[in-house]
Design a protein around this ligand. Structure first.
Ligand code: AMP
Ligand code: GLY
Length: 440
């Protein structure tokens, strides 16, 4: 690892005009990092949030991520050199294909590659074909087929809805009844398709979970440091699943040799299998891994950066980021500058709205005394700015407080001290984020 250069180097020039699509904490962090990248003249974020309106070098637009025609118009009117698509839904709906057909460079896979996340059956078949380690599975396309597979296995399996389910499509069943209920719910149309629904049943695996991100140009890839998310709402990793309540990186669960092994066993063969299917995958492959007693096993693939892993990782990346993403978008990672990674520890804590992940309260003014520093970032997620300029909460995960230091104790101390300077009515957060790596 080399440390991030602080002096701009014109020979590493990136794209001058960058568009980031999305409105969460992930896109706030991407906009912030890209605006600091070499060679970037201006960044547009759409639809953004209450934080992206305040970022230096960033302009906010109001076009929704689902409005592909509106997004294409921005690319033309602002002469965009690079589009970075944050969320999975527009990728699965073919946004990257549409913009590429019009001649724009896009970091994000087409609808074909986005199936890695959008269809669990498809992703499992690809993994099996490529010999990627993952739990054994049984696909099912009808209620009867699913129940028969469950009874034949005779143990409560993991039940996964096939399509995008906003993080709510997975049940790790403890009992046969729970597994049956989860299967019935999927075929009753809970995730939108009713009788046309499909799912996979999976063997249960055990071990710590870690997220690994590969930036791909269709043929080559570069890895980011591993990050660990905290999915449960409650301290001690209890209670319902959320989008993620905090993260840290680099996760020491995987050292340099372990990361090289993950590349060899998981990411290289996955990218090769995509190519073998004629898919030119230019974007992030997010491997959600479980480190089992017999080695890493893929729990899921996503076709985008994780959130809050992205907020955690961006401050560690050097100013070559825009040039690297552009090189991926052009299929020329071989011509990209090396992405420098600061040898520091990054800690991220999410402040959520009261009630999250259930019914949430919204519209509470955000009160922040926090001063921006090089090693402390307040990224907005579910916030919006009112016409009078005030910023209010508007979603479940409201803010991400991220800090970097030489060790995790110091990084988390800084992140929590920063959080103490930010308030909104009903703000909740976990106090034990990073318990795996903190001594204090
Ligand atoms: P997802 O909604 O796909 O992020 O999955 C939610 C969570 O379900 C994962 O983070 C894991 O904790 C758990 N999970 C998924 N697949 C398995 C599996 N095969 N064995 C055990 N736990 C799993
Ligand atoms: N942090 C988990 C995800 O982005 O899916």
């Amino acid at each position: 690892m080399t440390s991030a250069a602080s002096q701009p180097n014109p020979s590493l020039a990136g794209p001058a005009r960058v568009l980031v699509v999305g409105g969460g904490g992930r896109e706030n962090a991407l906009g912030w990092a890209l605006a600091r990248s070499h060679g970037v003249e201006r960044v547009w974020v759409t639809p953004g949030n209450g934080g992206t309106t305040e970022l230096t070098g960033v302009a906010q637009l109001t076009v929704a991520e689902s409005d592909h025609t509106g997004l294409l118009e921005i690319c033309h009117s602002e002469a965009i050199d690079l589009v970075v698509v944050g969320p999975e839904a527009p990728l699965a709906a073919g946004l990257a294909d549409r913009l590429r057909q019009a001649g724009f460079a896009v970091f994000g896979p087409g609808a074909d590659g986005a199936r890695l996340e959008a269809s669990k059956q498809w992703a499992k078949a690809l993994m099996q074909e490529a010999g990627v380690p993952t739990a054994g599975y049984w696909p099912a396309n009808s209620l009867e087929q699913a129940l028969t597979a469950l009874e034949t296995q005779g143990q409560p399996l993991v039940v996964k809805a096939d399509g995008l389910a906003a993080g709510k499509g997975v049940t790790v069943a403890e009992t046969m009844d729970e597994a049956r209920a989860a299967i019935e719910e999927i075929f009753a149309g809970r995730f939108g398709e009713g009788e046309g629904a499909s799912l996979v049943l999976e063997e249960r695996t055990v071990g710590p979970e870690v997220s690994v991100f590969a930036l791909c140009d269709g043929e080559r890839l570069v890895l980011l440091p591993p990050a660990q998310d905290h999915k449960r709402i409650g301290e001690g990793d209890t209670g319902p699943n959320t989008g993620g309540m905090g993260a840290y990186a680099p996760a020491p669960l995987i050292d340099a040799a372990g990361l090289a092994e993950v590349r060899r066993l998981v990411l290289d063969p996955t990218l090769a299998a995509l190519r073998a299917r004629g898919i030119d995958y230019r974007g992030v492959i997010y491997a959600g891994l479980m480190l089992t007693a017999s080695g890493p096993s893929v729990i899921e693939f996503n076709c985008r950066f994780g959130d809050p892993e992205c907020e955690t990782l961006m401050p560690l990346l050097g100013p070559e980021l825009a040039a690297v993403l552009l090189a991926c978008a052009r299929g020329r990672l071989d011509q990209a500058p090396e992405l420098t990674i600061a040898p520091r520890c990054s800690a991220c804590v999410i402040a959520a709205a009261e009630g999250y992940p259930g019914e949430i309260r919204k519209g509470d003014p955000i009160d922040s005394q926090l001063q921006n520093r090089d090693d402390l970032q307040l990224f907005h997620a579910g916030t919006r700015r009112l016409e009078d300029g005030r910023c209010v909460s508007s979603g479940g995960r409201v803010l991400a407080l991220v800090a970097q230091a030489d060790d995790f104790d110091a990084a988390f101390a800084q992140a929590y001290a920063g959080l103490a300077q930010v308030q909104f009515e009903g703000m909740t957060y976990r106090r034990d984020i990073g318990h795996q790596v903190r001594r204090a």
